[in-house]
Design a protein around this ligand. Structure first.
Ligand code: F6P
Length: 359
């Protein structure tokens, strides 16, 4: 058996642990493993395809990033191809990818990625590619799995930052607004905000009203708590407002979300008169060593992906449905994206503790 593995989309801590677990599990069955570099670029002649052996994956489980590299501009169904005049045209290169995989003797593939990579995998599966997926994203917005690996590490990085903001905010009687990632899902903001005692948490699933945010800050002042911490998800928006985006994206890339922290900080300072500062935690959330939780989950996913291939579970994604790892058809996963339920118990508890969602 010869299989290939690839990592696509934004990286997430734990990818190397999945690669290691998949390679060791496969090699121990006597299978051969190829690593496709930079998403599917390696199968389109735009990067390499390498042999992955026991030696290639030695000592990588604790490392962030991915030894296979990644891209969020490599959808083979609309691949950005540069034209002689410098412009880009999106071309369907999926047949070329499938033919190159066939020529390399690849019998099955493991694709690690978020919703974008899952959608690509579904289309490849529909074209006959034997594929199994592993859910990866710090955003935790993939359905049918309790969590994705990378999320716990991102939340811990955010918690560490909020803990640090508390001390400086308190020293200066300031409001500090911190923006975290998550695209259209508020999981990172909700989990890190609740775990680190933020005063206000703003998420895309609960549109905010800036006057409510300011009311909360002023009420803290009246109680003698002269500082406040606001954690805002990058995709949060006011009631009736729109999501903030950053500049133009590169060809083949989704729109870049961000910048809401600055907008909110300015509004808070204007309305309350309190000194307000903002920061964007950014890609720190994607870097560094995976937490123990993510390392174990990633390792379990890698092992389960190889069992799924052995059992011929094509077009399926491995998923955590505690306490077990199961497989779910990709089609089912893509039916609706996972979002924070506005009446989830974590939100209810946060409200009971006095945390404002600005609504
Ligand atoms: O999907 C993961 C993620 O980190 C999002 O939270 C964020 O919006 C996006 O990727 C950032 O992408 P890029 O690395 O292209 O800036």
């Amino acid at each position: 058996m010869r299989i290939a593995v690839s990592t696509g989309g934004g990286d997430a801590p734990g990818l190397n642990a999945v690669i290691r677990a998949a390679v060791l599990s496969a090699v121990n069955r006597g299978w051969e493993v190829l690593g496709v570099k930079r998403g599917f670029a390696g199968l389109l002649g735009e990067d390499e395809v390498i042999h992955l052996t026991r030696e290639s994956v030695r000592g990588i489980a604790h490392l962030g990033g991915t030894i296979l590299r990644s891209t969020n501009r490599g959808n083979p169904f609309c691949y950005p191809v540069k034209q002689p005049d410098g412009s880009f045209v999106e071309v369907d290169r999926s047949d070329e990818l499938i033919e190159n995989a066939r020529q390399l003797g690849i019998e099955a593939m493991i694709s690690m990625g978020g919703d974008g990579s899952l959608a690509i995998a579904k289309r490849l599966w529909e074209k006959g590619v034997k594929i199994v997926c592993v859910p990866k994203t710090i955003d935790n917005d993939v359905a049918c799995t309790v969590t994705t690996f990378g999320f716990d590490t991102a939340v811990n990085t955010a918690i560490d930052a909020i803990d640090k903001l508390h001390t400086t905010a308190e020293s200066h009687d300031r409001v500090l607004v911190m923006e975290v990632m998550g695209r259209d899902a508020g999981f990172i903001a909700l989990h890190s905000g609740v775990a680190s005692s933020a005063d206000v948490i703003l998420i895309p699933e609960i549109p905010y009203d800036i006057s409510k945010v300011c009311e909360k800050i002023s009420s803290r002042d009246r109680m003698g708590r002269m500082f406040s911490i606001v954690v805002v998800a990058e995709g949060a928006h006011s009631r009736g407002g729109t999501v903030q985006t950053i500049g133009p994206s590169l060809p083949g890339q989704a729109k870049r979300i961000g910048g809401i922290a600055y907008v909110i900080a300015r509004e808070i300072q204007d309305i309350t008169g309190k000194e307000t500062r903002s920061l964007v935690l950014g890609h720190l959330q994607r870097g560094g060593s995976p937490t123990g939780y993510d390392r174990l989950l990633a390792t379990r996913f890698g092992g389960a992906a190889i069992r799924a291939i052995a059992e011929g579970k094509w077009g399926q994604m491995v998923a955590l449905q505690s306490p077990n790892i199961v497989t779910v058809p990709i089609e089912q996963v893509l039916r609706s994206p996972k979002r924070v339920e506005p009446d989830h118990d974590t939100v209810q508890t946060a409200r009971a503790l006095g945390i404002s969602f600005g609504d």
